[in-house]
Design a protein around this ligand. Structure first.
Ligand SMILES: CC(C)(COP(=O)(O)OP(=O)(O)OC[C@H]1O[C@@H](n2cnc3c(N)ncnc32)[C@H](O)[C@@H]1OP(=O)(O)O)[C@@H](O)C(=O)NCCC(=O)NCCS
Length: 186
């Protein structure tokens, strides 16, 4: 089985990290457009400065899985602060009353993608393990959420296998429905 290194991108990211992130994200949108809300055509128009700024935040953590040749997968953890900046987060109905009262930090796992040639090698699992380890070592209880297309049966199976619960179906007026999933990390 191939060996992969899981690495967290430094802050601020290097030029190399930005260009690998850009290549990876564009490939994800091109190959698997139906799985993402962001449009490939829009991402193609972003300037180098915009890609750099997208990755330059102290409120998020980018994990990559690489072999000797290339990045084979990635995942981006967004903190509550980053979600506020992006004006993004779980709609009402995702968290229970009890969870709301617990006032746990709510983080989002996003931009998860594994290159087709590396799939079913455990990369998504490694990236989710690294994300969970990162959150656990911060020492605060966290609810980790994610939004995936309802039609993404494979993605939903991966997340269920990792312990995420399906909580809420989000209906948009102009795009396909998504499902919010949540996992508690103590
Ligand atoms: C979803 C995705 C990230 C999974 O990546 P991956 O690296 O192949 O996943 P892993 O190898 O770590 O799989 C972990 C577990 O998830 C489950 N799983 C993975 N692929 C699966 C599939 N095609 N069908 C059913 N279960 C699957 C299995 O339980 C698997 O463990 P196993 O191989 O030991 O049985 C990848 O298929 C992908 O990038 N898809 C397109 C983009 C996408 O859907 N991203 C998520 C958007 S929210």
């Amino acid at each position: 089985m191939a060996l992969y290194r899981i690495v967290q991108a430094p802050f601020p990211p290097s030029t190399d990290d930005v260009s690998r992130f850009k290549e990876m994200r564009l490939a994800a949108l091109q190959v698997d457009q139906d799985m993402y809300r962001e449009r490939y055509e829009d991402a193609l128009k972003l300037t180098t400065e915009e890609w750099t700024s997208r990755l330059t935040s102290p409120h998020q953590a980018l994990f990559s899985a690489a072999n000797d040749m290339e990045w084979a997968g990635m995942a981006l953890l967004l903190s509550p602060e980053q979600l506020r900046i992006m004006n993004y987060g779980p709609p009402p109905g995702v968290l229970s009353q009890e969870e709301l009262e617990q006032e746990k930090e709510f983080w989002v796992l996003g931009s998860q993608w594994t290159r087709p040639s590396h799939r079913r090698s455990g990369i998504a699992k490694l990236l989710m393990d690294a994300s969970s380890a990162y959150l656990r070592q911060r020492g605060k209880p966290v609810l980790l959420g994610l939004e995936t297309k309802q039609a993404n049966e494979r993605g939903r199976a991966v997340y269920r296998a990792a312990g995420f619960e399906e909580r809420f179906t989000m209906i948009y007026s102009d795009e396909a429905p998504t499902v919010w999933m949540v996992k508690a990390l103590e």
